[in-house]
Ligand binder design. Structure first.
Ligand code: ZN
Length: 367
């Protein structure tokens, strides 16, 4: 039997070995929010991946190579033991991100996988499926589309082709599918990243969440886990859904608030945005995490929601005042500057468009 001194020496020797090996490497991968495949960035040195996707300050910068195989997993993070997250680029679609400019995620249950949003192209969706396959053999059973915008929904056709997947969406999706907006946005993406868009078509959901706005959710149960899907109106698109993962207490808030960037308001209704943000903060004040459609996941008290709300309210007030003072649309837009947002991603691209959208809304409301 070893003496206490020998045991102590053996223990110290083991610690020394661990230190020489760079410490216990498993620790980061298991911590909530940790990046699960850091070797992705080593394989593609142009990429910068924040090591953690909860309350991150750093921005992800992921170059999606045009020649990358469809079976190569995308970088992915683990927010909770069963919950995985794709932390997309915070940018407009371009040849470098190839449509990976929004977030998505999936939850593994003992009876299958629930996917939230499909990323921006059929090819990215194939890589999402490769990522799911790297984590579990469980089949994909549900795809919940939070809204119809390209960066969230244009990979949906790939999940339809997979078979056995029930697609859940907002009733407004049906209006969007026949719209000019869909045709124009699909053409825009085909011009930019044609190969990735091959096989694209709009997908009508199998289940429409038509419950009253901000009212009772539709509940999905799979493998003993519960998902409450709320209809939060048409605040940002033709129809928006919020998903509450009841058991993990994680809320997928879609584009109801943006993190690490300026919001986009070219579609929807700014009055409904404010109402839905107030509902969100009231209903889920103590949630464990909120996951936006763009930017890092966040813990309470969810400053991304209060900050996006303040931006929208200020724009509404400013544009209403401009109209009362007789300013034209272009005068009002030219005068609108939000200095504290100026350094944020997509301010230059979106602020004038947001101002113009809200001016027209306020004009309609006043006359
Ligand atoms: Zn979006």
């Amino acid at each position: 039997m070893a003496t206490p001194a020998a045991t102590r020496h053996l223990f110290l020797f083991c610690i020394l070995l661990l230190l020489m090996a760079g410490g216990p490497v498993q620790a980061t991968g298991a911590e909530p929010g940790a990046l699960q495949n850091p070797e992705f960035a080593q394989r593609h040195p142009d990429n910068r991946l924040p090591p953690n996707a909860i309350d991150a300050q750093a921005l992800p910068s992921i170059v999606v190579r045009a020649d990358a195989p469809d079976n190569e997993p995308l970088p992915y993070y683990r927010l909770a033991p069963d919950t995985y997250f794709f932390y997309g680029n915070i940018a407009q679609v371009d040849e470098h991100n190839r449509g990976f400019n929004g977030n998505a995620g999936f939850i593994v249950t003992p009876d299958g996988v629930v996917v939230i949003d499909s990323l921006g192209t059929p090819r990215l969706a194939r890589r999402m499926i490769a990522t799911i396959r790297a984590v579990t053999d469980q089949p994909v059973r549900y795809l919940i589309l939070t809204h119809t915008h390209p960066d969230h929904a244009y990979g949906a056709v790939t999940f339809r082709e997979l078979g056995g997947v029930t697609i859940i969406g907002h009733p407004g999706t049906l209006d969007y599918l026949g719209s000019e907006t869909l045709a124009e946005s699909a053409d825009y993406r085909r011009d930019l990243i044609g190969d990735d868009m091959a096989g694209f078509e709009g997908v009508p959901p199998d289940v429409l969440v038509d419950r009253p706005r901000l009212g009772t959710p539709r509940r999905i149960e799979l493998g003993g886990k519960h998902f409450d899907v709320y209809n939060v109106g048409t605040h940002h698109s033709h129809g928006d859904l919020v998903v509450h993962q009841v058991d993990a207490d994680i809320v997928w808030i879609s584009d109801l608030a943006f993190n690490q960037r300026t919001t986009f308001m070219g579609d929807g209704d700014s009055g409904q945005i404010i109402a839905a943000q107030d509902w969100l903060l009231e209903t889920f004040a103590d949630a464990r995490l909120m996951v936006p459609g763009h930017g890092s996941a966040q813990t309470a008290p969810f400053p991304m929601v209060t900050e996006t709300r303040a931006y929208v309210q200020r724009l509404r007030d400013e544009m209403a005042e401009a109209i009362e003072n007789g300013l034209t649309l272009s005068e009002a837009v030219n005068r609108s500057h939000f200095p504290e947002w100026e350094g944020s991603r997509l301010y230059e691209e979106n602020h004038r468009r947001n101002a113009s959208f809200v001016y027209l809304e306020m004009e309609m409301a006043l006359f």
